[in-house]
Ligand binder design. Structure first.
Ligand SMILES: C[S@@+](CC[C@H](N)C(=O)[O-])C[C@H]1O[C@@H](n2cnc3c(N)ncnc32)[C@H](O)[C@@H]1O
Length: 262
């Protein structure tokens, strides 16, 4: 059986099973099997259960760079790339950034790529994510939000960025079936209205950000509006709501520290 025949056959199988990018996926699975027919059968079987392709191939692409993704670790989404680039733009060339809830470390790596002279530290509460991020070359620490950074950071930082869990608990059931079955609620559950962790990040970031430093968070739906009062009360200014090309809200960007009174 030639690779070409196998590719079309596998693409047809995946397409019939409902996978939208069937041909690309077929090529990736065949590439991962590297000619081992038994392994290819195992990989196909895994994919047909809905297991993320990135867990099966062990990698995905984020902002044009290959990122290792271990089984159990959230698969970085292309929708988060603009937030990562925006955070990179706010990071001085020799500055310091924190990537909260780093997962595989995709955002941290993008920041380091934008600013090779900067220091980027990251945290995640899932030890599998921390191990994966470290394998991706990220200075990652295990623990809750900022908690592990006490000893790692001596000075206030320039940027805090995060794709933290922000799906309202009641909406978890609306996620694609495979998403929740495999990646699990730890990556998604943001509490009753989805903003529980976001609000904690807003409240804790001023302890780590320098005055004039930037906070950038991925948010969904109405959450940018819902966070407005907290942002003002906590002393953030220049709050920008980040939208995608369809006009959908994707994130917030804010500067910490009130400007001097005139
Ligand atoms: C939506 S995923 C995003 C991962 C990564 N930022 C990305 O975009 O690829 C959320 C991540 O937050 C982590 N997490 C959940 N609660 C956390 C907490 N309290 N402190 C640190 N990490 C947490 C999960 O383990 C998961 O890796």
């Amino acid at each position: 059986m030639t690779d070409t025949f196998r590719l079309s056959e596998l693409a047809a199988l995946l397409s019939a099973a409902g996978f939208v990018a069937a041909e690309d996926e077929a090529a990736e699975l065949i590439g991962r099997a590297a000619g081992d027919a038994e392994l290819l059968d195992t990989l196909i079987r895994r994919r047909l259960t809905g297991e993320p392709l990135a867990w099966i191939t062990g990698r995905t692409s984020f902002a044009g760079v290959a990122v290792r993704v271990d089984p159990g670790v959230y698969v970085p989404r292309w929708q988060s790339v603009p937030l990562a680039h925006r955070a990179g733009a706010r990071l001085p060339v020799t500055g310091t950034a924190i990537d909260l809830c780093t997962g595989a470390g995709a955002l941290a790596r993008t920041l380091s790529r934008c600013r090779p002279g900067a220091r980027v530290v990251a945290t995640d509460i899932d030890p599998r994510a921390v191990a994966c991020a470290v394998a991706n070359g990220v200075e990652a620490y295990w623990g809750d939000l900022f908690a592990p950074l006490g000893r790692a950071l001596k000075e206030p930082v320039d940027v805090v960025v995060g794709v933290v869990p922000y799906v309202p608990t009641s909406a978890l059931a609306l996620l694609a079936r495979d998403t929740l079955a495999f990646e699990g609620p730890l990556s998604y559950d943001g509490g009753p209205d989805g903003t529980s962790i976001l609000r904690r990040v807003l409240a804790e970031s001023p302890h780590y950000l320098r005055k004039g430093g930037a906070l950038l968070l991925e948010v969904g739906g109405e959450q940018a509006d819902a966070l407005g009062d907290d942002l003002a009360r906590l002393g953030y200014r220049e709050v920008n709501v980040l939208t995608d090309e369809d006009g959908d809200v994707r994130g917030i960007e804010a500067t910490w520290g009130r400007s001097r009174p005139e």
